[in-house]
Design a protein around this ligand. Structure first.
Ligand code: ZN
Ligand code: FE
Ligand code: FE
Ligand code: ZN
Length: 253
């Protein structure tokens, strides 16, 4: 019913023009979404066109079209992100960790390095950065919370122990976590975050949102019906979207 993580310009694959915006909004409508949130990677800032999204959205009155950003969180770059967020009245801001100390760990070329190191240390280093992201006060949402599992490496220690501090920071700052269905199409072949984390998230009273992480129009809304079903089965009664950084609640009942 809502997809709050789509990449209009992908990885600089296409322009943010009228035709492409329409393709995303048409797919969202076709899938019966109530809300779609654009969240391009901050490093394609120059390619973005927020006023044009607003304009095209007027032709889709049944769809809540939100504008956000997926910001790359690096601990020494909080001022850079803060500056970007001052440039536009965003509805939501996803903070994502795809890098640990300058190591861009989620690209296929880096898989070998995941298997070569101690899995617990790998997870600890990742969740340390996520904790800092969650504590930064910059974001409404943390993207793909357990992205570090992308290649299927699993820690020896209980994931709930390794992620505890990050979850505490997420809860303390009122952040939202997404069920991000894109993980199914990565080597790990499952949604982010995994089931036992989803249960812990619910237990801690942290709100969920949904994201396909679509990098092209055809993928908008992919598997979100399953995401919703998983949440329902856990007894989650609502998920949240955003308007100008405020949560908007959607009932699952
Ligand atoms: Zn991407
Ligand atoms: Fe990401
Ligand atoms: Fe993304
Ligand atoms: Zn992402």
């Amino acid at each position: 019913m809502l997809d709050l993580h789509v990449h209009l310009v992908g990885h600089n694959d296409r322009e943010a023009n009228r035709e492409n915006i329409r393709a995303f909004l048409d797919e969202a409508s076709r899938r019966g979404l109530k809300e779609i949130g654009f969240a391009d990677h901050d490093y394609y800032w120059e390619q973005m066109n927020f006023p044009l999204i607003r304009e095209v959205a007027k032709d889709y009155p049944q769809l809540n079209v939100r504008i956000g950003l997926e910001a790359e969180y690096r601990p020494n770059e909080e001022a850079r992100i803060k500056h970007l967020l001052e440039q536009f009245p965003f509805d939501f801001v996803i903070g994502s960790v795809h890098e640990i100390n300058g190591w861009a760990f989620d690209i296929p070329e880096e898989e070998q390095k995941h298997w070569e190191q101690d899995a617990d240390v790998l997870y600890q280093r990742y969740f340390d950065v996520v904790t800092q992201a969650a504590s930064s006060g910059l974001f409404t949402t943390i993207g793909h919370f357990d992205l570090i599992k992308i290649f299927g490496v699993r820690p020896r220690t209980d994931i709930l122990v390794l992620a505890a501090e990050a979850l505490t920071a997420v809860a303390k700052h009122g952040l939202v976590l997404e069920v991000n269905t894109n993980g199914r199409y990565k080597p790990v072949q499952e949604f982010y975050p995994e089931q036992c984390l989803r249960e812990e998230i619910q237990r801690r009273g942290i709100d969920f949102t949904l994201g396909s992480d679509a990098h092209c129009a055809e993928v908008v809304g992919r598997d979100l019906d399953e995401g919703i079903e998983l949440l329902r089965q856990m007894g989650v009664h609502s998920i949240v979207g955003f308007l100008r950084l405020n949560k908007v609640r959607y009932s699952l009942d």
